[in-house]
Design a protein around this ligand. Structure first.
Ligand code: FUC
Length: 767
């Protein structure tokens, strides 16, 4: 009797709890979001939105990629170059503070701060009478790009679906129920910018017009409402639908930003054109178009790291429990989420993914939600090539063309040099001059590090037309350094400076990271010149300068030196691991140079495993390159902890409930770093091997993932690669080359040479 009662109670409780939606490529929750970091992101590279998923009240907070503070301007300080020789002399004389003081006075950008990415507005939905909603569940389906909320009231199940269509440039929300006539909502817009109006235009359209500041970015957003059945009523700023079968809202937004140089565009015209383009398309047709576009990118890669019943729990619970080591599918989900976020925040024709991708709800976001390029912007794009989203890289490449132009002024005014320069940040207005403070803002490797992304794209795709188009950016970047590098009076090597090892140690001459990057830049530019059959003189000059650049050095603690002097502190656990750039993402130090490789590894051990979000992203990749899968996994494990718990995450970094990476605060780079890191654990292709690259299969497989499968990754040399493994050993790899010739495959210590034929898939089982 008692037993029966307990069972009944238990099953009643189970019936009330929401059940997991179908599929494993989902983030799901059984409560609405109360905080932004619980809401679920959708995006199309132009518009981004965070869906809170409430029943009675819904908030869909949206962004448009060009809503920023400020306006077009140059940040270069005229005549700063006059002070360059003195800053260098002071640094050579060991007078760092004097050099920094002089630089603060005469060498920094004008102004010394850059602008901030801004929110656009809110789409607000109210459905009275839902306070007693049951079986509430909300989820994000990575495979379809749909954010869905479902709940039941009085026997009716209600459903809301939101997606961001790239082809239509629309944010589309559909509300429906499993019974006719039961769908109702009051629809409003909101905005936190002071200077805004919200009006109603017939038929059934809400219009938000606003300005970030008087002479700056102006924007318009329009929400067009339609309904099947029921009745419509309007007020001056809201639309009310009652008794309908379904409601659809199509929202788009645009600004007056014509380019980084002009505010001459007409937001109203843009919005009208966008809406008109799909006005005749049904909801089903819009959805179909969106799914085709999204899946063409997303479905290229599938990953299976194993599945346990833990994968049925809500995502926030899974993050809490990940430490138990029983939920490998969460790592696979994190991997795919990084790909999803890149598709959502970086599409051709849009701005590149910023510190928060495309999602931001604050007028004063952390670090302005701009582009910090002493690690963060680059990390955003680490997964782009290897995880088969090459097209998503294009938004960054467009920005590089623009930075080449704005950076040429900085090169001239600050360094008296040809080519272009970029310091540790840029913004919508393509600021390139040093900002914030001389002790970390004067860092010269923004341009070459980002330019190397062009070269990487070429290595992965083999696209010569692309290389030709990108050549001016690459060439001018190298040209800058032929003018900029200076001879070290002591040992006569060529060194960089004034610069810093991000973001510590202050202003110095010759930080190791700069030299590693410049060496790789010279090598890539030289090879590109060769491939394109152009600029022999420049190529010869690069050949001549490259060996003279200050080499990597091993210091007294067995570490790789971060600076010219052997002054590293083995107790330094700073989040930046800049001098390890040559191991990842660079290629200057590999296991083929055992002494330097060992020293770099020692440096990473000194830095420790505790870190902020992105730093863990970087360390995952580094341990993968050190061919230590278990250590790479350990870092990933730390990253997959609930954020804010210093003890568990060993540094405060981790994950928010919506699987957004926590620096903390939210910074998207850690998501991308984790995705790239998981890929790098399964496949590496950075080491040249006669006319191609060594394809290293399962280079850092952790013991926690004994069996699994990944399809279809990309490797340098234009290969696509599928890998399956069991009991920690390769069972089958499939390699499809884009050209005919030998393929060198490495598995464990063994290298096997296969003969590849263009477009023909080779199967390899390790023999
Ligand atoms: C760099 C990092 C910080 C932060 C900021 C956006 O300055 O050192 O940790 O990620 O970028």
């Amino acid at each position: 009797m008692i037993r029966a009662t307990l069972c009944t109670l238990a099953s009643a409780a189970m019936a009330a709890a929401a059940t997991k939606p179908a599929g494993d490529l989902i983030l799901w929750y059984d409560k609405p979001a109360t905080k932004w970091e619980q809401a679920l992101p959708v995006g199309n590279g132009h518009l981004g939105a965070m869906v809170f998923g409430g029943a009675e009240k819904e908030r869909i907070q949206f962004n448009e990629h060009t809503v920023w503070t400020g306006k077009p301007r140059s940040y270069a300080r005229k005549g700063a170059v006059k002070f360059l020789p003195e800053i260098r002399s002071l640094l050579f004389a060991g007078k760092q503070k004097d050099a920094e003081n002089l630089a603060m006075k005469e060498f920094m950008g004008d102004p010394m701060r850059q602008c901030a990415y801004q929110p656009c507005g809110d789409l607000l939905l109210e459905t009275p009478g839902q306070a007693k909603a049951e079986n509430h569940r909300r989820w994000l389906d990575l495979d379809s790009g749909l954010a869905i909320t479902e709940w039941a009231t009085d026997g009716t199940t209600h459903r809301r679906e939101t997606f961001a269509s790239h082809p239509a440039n629309l944010l589309v929300t559909r509300i429906s129920a499993d019974k006719p006539g039961k769908t109702a909502a009051t629809i409003k817009l909101g905005c936190i910018h002071q200077d805004h109006t919200i009006t109603l235009e017939k038929p059934a359209t809400l219009v938000l017009r606003g300005r970030v500041q008087a002479d700056g970015v102006a924007f318009e957003a329009r929400a067009v409402v339609s309904h099947q059945g029921g009745a419509l009523a309007e007020t001056a700023d809201s639309i009310q639908i009652t008794g309908a079968d379904a409601i659809e809202i199509r929202l788009t937004a645009a600004t007056n930003v014509e380019s980084w140089k002009s505010l001459a565009a007409d937001p109203a015209k843009r919005v009208a054109e966008t809406l008109a383009r799909s006005a005749s398309k049904s909801h089903a047709a819009l959805l179909e178009e969106h799914l085709a576009d999204h899946r063409a990118l997303f479905r290229r890669v599938a990953i299976d790291l194993g599945r346990t019943p833990e994968a049925d729990a809500t995502t926030d619970k899974r993050i809490e429990d990940f430490k138990n080591g029983k939920d490998p599918q969460l790592a696979a989900l994190l991997f795919q989420y990084g790909r999803y976020l890149l598709i959502g925040s970086s599409r051709e024709g849009g701005q590149p993914a910023n510190l928060q991708g495309i999602w931001n709800e604050s007028k004063t976001p952390p670090w302005d939600s701009k582009y910090t390029c002493n690690i963060n912007t680059q990390m955003n794009y680490w997964p782009a090539e290897i995880t088969n989203l090459s097209e998503c890289h294009q938004a960054l490449f467009k920005a590089l063309e623009e930075l080449r132009e704005s950076g040429s002024i900085t090169a001239r005014e600050h360094y008296g040099a040809r080519g272009w320069a970029l310091h540790h940040n840029f913004d919508l207005w393509r600021g390139t001059a040093p900002i914030n403070h001389a002790n970390h803002g004067i860092w010269i490797s923004g341009a070459p590090w980002l330019s190397l992304h062009l070269w990487e794209h070429y290595l992965f795709t083999g696209d010569k037309a692309f290389l030709k188009k990108s050549w001016p950016v690459l060439r001018d970047c190298a040209l800058f350094f032929t003018d900029y590098l200076i001879e070290d009076p002591e040992n006569k090597t060529l060194i960089s400076g004034p610069s810093n090892s991000p973001e510590q140690g202050g202003l110095v001459m010759g930080p190791t990271m700069d030299h590693q990057i410049i060496r790789d830049l010279f090598k890539a530019t030289r090879q590109a010149a060769n491939i394109l059959g152009t600029e022999k003189d420049l190529a010869a000059k690069l050949d001549q300068m490259r060996p003279r650049i200050a080499p990597n050095k091993v210091g007294k603690h067995g570490q790789l030196q971060e600076w010219m002097q052997d002054k590293d502190d083995p107790k330094n656990t700073h989040r930046h691991v800049s001098h390890l750039w040559a191991v990842y993402p660079g290629t200057d130090i590999t296991w083929r140079q055992p002494e330097l490789f060992q020293a770099a590894r020692q440096s990473l051990i000194f830095r420790g495993d505790a870190a902020t979000g992105w730093s863990m992203g970087w360390k995952t990749n580094l341990w993968a390159r050190f061919l230590d899968g278990d250590h790479a996994y350990l870092i990933l494990d730390n990253l997959l902890r609930p954020q804010g718990n210093k003890k568990e995450t060993m540094g405060g970094g981790g994950m928010y409930p919506n699987l957004f990476d926590a620096h903390p605060p939210f910074q998207i780079d850690g998501n991308f770093g984790a995705t790239a890191g998981i890929a790098e654990m399964l496949l590496q292709s950075h080491i040249p091997a006669d006319n191609g690259f060594l394809i290293h299969l399962l280079p850092a497989l952790p013991s926690t993932w004994p069996a699994g499968k990944v399809t279809v990754l990309r490797a340098r040399g234009g290969l696509t690669v599928d890998i399956a493994w069991k009991d920690g050993k390769l069972t089958k790899a499939r390699l499809t080359p884009s050209r005919t010739g030998p393929i060198h495959v490495r598995l464990g210590e063994k290298v096997v040479d296969l003969q590849g034929e263009v477009g023909k898939t080779l199967e390899f089982n390790g023999q």
